[in-house]
Design a protein around this ligand. Structure first.
Ligand code: F6R
Ligand code: ZN
Length: 186
């Protein structure tokens, strides 16, 4: 039987799900240890706890092989010189993922234990992310960056493994003359 709860509408004007099963936000206070410049983090937090991104999910029943569909909206902005990014994670289990960029201008960072790679990720980009790479998106534009993710219900999230490896060593920062971005490696 095909259940009505297995359908969600997508609003193409506002680029959002009309019937998400879950919505959450990540704020600067949740992400403070991931930015290079701790004094800028604290200065902003004194003033306000910014929302860095919002995730709307459409999660079907947890049945083997089912897929989750989600939309991430990543705000534009910087903490010090560093552009806003999603935290980034490995999948706990051996499942790949597809990212489709709907709007904005960004970079996709992929890492495993030994290597990191940077790809352009902007409106129209479709990226197949192999199961063995941790993945993070950085918004280098001046508008909201929005992307769809599609992944297996059993993929799972492993944020700790990234932290144990010392995090992403690729940092995307504003260039000194403030025109465009620069890639720095820690
Ligand atoms: C799911 C996935 C995305 C992210 C979302 C937020 O596997 O990769 O839906 O969960 O973009 O990023 P994180 O989870 O890294 O905070
Ligand atoms: Zn993922």
């Amino acid at each position: 039987m095909i259940l009505e709860k297995d359908f969600s509408f997508f609003d193409w004007e506002y680029l959002q799900l009309e019937k998400p099963t879950d919505i959450y936000v990540k704020k600067l206070s949740d992400m403070k240890e991931h930015f290079i410049d701790n004094s800028s983090v604290l200065k902003i937090l004194d003033f306000a706890d910014l929302v860095l991104y919002k995730v709307e999910k459409f999660e079907p029943e947890k049945r083997k092989g089912n897929l989750i569909f989600s939309v991430t909206s990543l705000y534009p902005g910087t903490v010090g010189r560093e552009y806003f990014f999603t935290q980034g994670h490995y999948h706990q289990n051996d499942f790949a993922e597809i990212y489709i960029c709907l709007k904005g201008k960004g970079l996709l960072l992929l890492k495993d234990k030994n290597n990191e790679q940077v790809y352009n990720f902007e409106k129209g980009s479709i990226s197949h992310i192999n199961s063995n790479f941790a993945h993070r998106v950085v918004n280098i534009g001046d508008e909201m960056l929005k992307f769809i993710s599609v992944y297996n219900v059993d993929a799972g999230f492993d944020y700790e493994k990234v932290i144990k490896e010392g995090g992403f060593s690729t940092k995307i920062v504003k260039s000194e003359n403030s025109k465009g971005y620069k890639i720095e490696t820690l």
